[in-house]
Ligand binder design. Structure first.
Ligand code: AR6
Length: 173
């Protein structure tokens, strides 16, 4: 059985097999958790991203790619791209956000990852409403691990802000 937990923290400090990055389609870095990961991980991560984009093109929303983790304490960084929330197509955005989580878990399992940490994808610069995003994230991960109980040992949701932490704690308790 996969353990699923929530903690508050800075995801760049987590000693897990893989951390997930809330990237943008260019995979070239940015602000928020993306900026923090590239700053702490060093230049090898963006170099790997550049090679991936040269070979496969940009990363579409809902999709994910995997690189090494450079100077970070994890082994891998899985870069996924959330939907930009506009409020005009909420159901489509739910599907895209759920895909960020499940595609990241697929990539993790394919690479032998036992422990993985997710940030609250889409809930910063991309403005996905936090309560709604929490439901989508927990729903997608719960469904994925229920279907594959032996694939991943532990999933950690890492919350950086109070509102996300409250949302996750109330739904996971
Ligand atoms: N550890 C964990 N969570 C964090 C950290 C951290 N060090 N820093 C911020 N967060 P965002 P998005 C939380 O904006 O909404 C970038 O510029 C933060 O509190 O990082 O998917 C990319 O390049 C928030 O709840 O990602 C894209 O252009 C959550 O991470 C764009 O932002 C996600 O906020 C992606 O926007």
């Amino acid at each position: 059985m996969t353990r699923v937990r929530v903690v508050r923290g800075d995801i760049t400090t987590f000693e897990v097999d893989a951390i997930v990055n809330a990237a943008n389609s260019s995979l070239m870095g940015g602000g928020g958790v993306d900026g923090a990961i590239h700053r702490a991980g060093g230049s090898s991560i963006v170099a790997e991203c550049r090679e991936i984009v040269a070979e496969h093109g940009e990363c579409a929303p809902g999709d994910a790619v995997i690189t090494g983790a450079g100077l970070l304490p994890s082994r891998f960084v899985i870069h996924t791209v959330g939907p930009v929330w506009t409020g005009t197509r909420p159901d489509d955005d739910d599907v895209t956000l759920a895909s960020c989580y499940t595609t990241s878990l697929d990539l993790a399992a394919a690479n032998g990852v036992g422990t993985i940490a997710f940030p609250n994808i889409g809930t910063g610069v991309y403005r996905f409403p936090k309560a709604r995003a929490t439901g989508v994230a927990i729903g997608a991960v719960s469904e994925w691990v229920a279907a594959r109980p032996d694939a991943i040992d532990k999933v950690t949701f890492v919350c950086f802000d109070d509102e996300n932490l409250r949302q996750y704690e109330s739904r996971l308790s």
